[in-house]
Write a protein that binds this ligand. Structure first.
Ligand code: UD1
Ligand code: CA
Length: 426
């Protein structure tokens, strides 16, 4: 088994944020979460070290609250560069003699598939240091890979230290490395910071490796979107779009109709069955399971933990959260359904609200609606509450207690018509 080091101590100055960069989110999951998940999904790693520094408490809190398994936070303070960051794990790994992969916490699009290929390449080549590289038409801001005539890697030169000839190189350092720890750990006490940024560069292990007769190679990525790094809010928006496009393509190739991919946002953790149609302007976030032949939107918002069976209709301006809905149920207009269990063949009238939250006690409660129930328009179901099978709620119902099966519940004041009232007032 190998180990990973994930660099996440930097400030992320260009984000202009009060929050550490790696905690910025795509579909509610921090960038760092995607990287840890990709590493875990390789199945090759039994321990992750996350290097924390800037606002370390917040990053540690995320790791602890999300039960990231086998993941330890190691503090780097002050932050003197990527090479200095990796050196923080030396005390933990002085007896380790396997391979280590090193990644950055700000590249959320990396996949476990690519990491597996990368690690296998490193092993097959019996490489001591393997650098992931990619070819970019516009390589600015990345470190450039300088190759030897035999294709092995000579060095990595940062943009700020590069001469015009080096700047013209289009092969860049993706910031992901696999190293033979027993041989390479010695480099970290010898790194120098005599460069344009006055930092201890991790990239200098390449030159060090060559000076110590190690085998240094580069693995060139075919899809360079995967190592897209987030340095600014613009990059963040672009990464969301890339991830969303990948998700939508996957749905469409599995038989889901996405009417307008340019206005549809769906998290990668959502599953959708065949022949479901997603109409324009929907935002589907978190983990959800949508069945077959459903119709969602236009303008629907699913906020996570939503399970829809087949033939469910969620119409315009309907928000659904933590709710299970059985087959052939419709909620077509202007509705909020939260913390609910809804049966089959139910009709939820326009403007229905499940009042699931008590702001005084801060307690959230459940609404249970059994099969064949009809909820009249503009009703409020004050949870905890159960509407038993087949019951009807008249329009504008304010339901504060359980309604028995097949009953009619009406809470509105009787209609009064005062004849000629307007004329008498004149
Ligand atoms: C780095 C590489 C560059 C590569 C690029 C790929 C170096 C010197 N340069 O540049 O060759 O093309 O990544 O994206 O490594 N960090 C720490 N502690 C520090 C400094 C940084 O943990 O003291 C972390 C940051 O939080 C970040 C990662 O290291 O996650 C990379 O740092 P960043 O400043 O973004 O490096 P780049 O300039 O992008
Ligand atoms: Ca970066």
């Amino acid at each position: 088994m190998i180990k990973s080091i994930i660099l996440a101590a930097g400030k992320g100055t260009r984000m202009k944020s009060e929050k550490p960069k790696v905690l910025h989110e795509i579909f509610d999951k921090p960038l760092l979460g995607y990287v840890i998940e990709a590493v875990d999904n390789t199945g090759m790693c039994d321990e992750n070290f996350v290097i924390v520094g800037h606002k370390a408490e917040q990053v540690e809190e995320y790791i602890n609250n999300n039960h990231c398994k086998n993941t330890k936070c190691v503090l780097q303070s002050p932050q003197l560069g990527t090479g200095h960051a990796v050196s923080m794990v030396l005390p933990y790994l002085n007896k380790f003699n396997g391979n280590i992969i090193i990644l950055c916490g700000d590249t959320p699009l990396i996949t476990s598939d690519t990491l597996n290929k990368f690690i296998n390449f490193h092993r097959e080549k019996s490489s001591d240091i393997t650098v992931m590289s990619a070819i970019f038409d516009n390589p600015s801001n990345y470190g450039r890979i300088i190759r030897n005539p035999d294709d092995s890697v000579h060095s990595i030169v940062e943009e700020k230290d590069a001469n015009p000839e080096q700047k013209a190189v289009k092969e860049i350092n993706a910031g992901i490395y696999c190293v033979n720890w027993e041989k390479v750990n010695l480099a970290f006490s010898e790194l120098k910071n005599n460069n344009a940024q006055g930092e201890y560069y991790l990239t200098d292990i390449v030159k060090w490796g060559n000076e110590h007769n190690l085998s240094v190679n580069a693995y060139t990525l075919s899809d360079n979107k995967e190592i897209f790094g987030i340095n600014s809010r613009e990059n963040l928006a672009e990464a969301v779009r890339i991830m969303n496009n990948q998700t939508l393509s996957r749905f469409m190739s599995n038989g889901v109709t996405i009417v307008d991919p340019s206005t549809t946002w769906i998290s990668g953790e959502t599953e959708i069955g065949t022949d479901t149609v997603i109409y324009p302007c929907c935002y589907i976030n978190g983990k959800n399971k949508i069945g077959k032949h459903c119709k969602i939107g236009p303008f629907a918002h699913l906020r996570g933990d939503v399970v829809l069976e087949d033939y469910v209709k969620i119409g315009n301006f309907v928000e659904v959260k933590k709710t299970t809905i059985k087959s052939h149920t419709n909620a077509c207009h202007l509705t909020y359904l939260g913390d609910s269990e809804i049966g089959s063949n139910v009709n939820i009238g326009a403007g229905t609200i499940t009042a699931n939250y008590n702001p005084l006690t801060k307690v959230k409660s459940k609404t249970i609606i059994k099969d064949n129930v009809k909820i009249g328009s503009n009703s409020v179901l004050v949870a905890p509450v159960t509407i038993e099978e087949g019951a009807n709620v008249g329009a504008v119902g304010v339901i504060t207690k359980n309604i028995p099966a097949w009953a009619l519940a009406i809470t509105r004041a009787p209609l009064r018509v005062l004849e000629n009232w307007v004329q008498k007032k004149k």
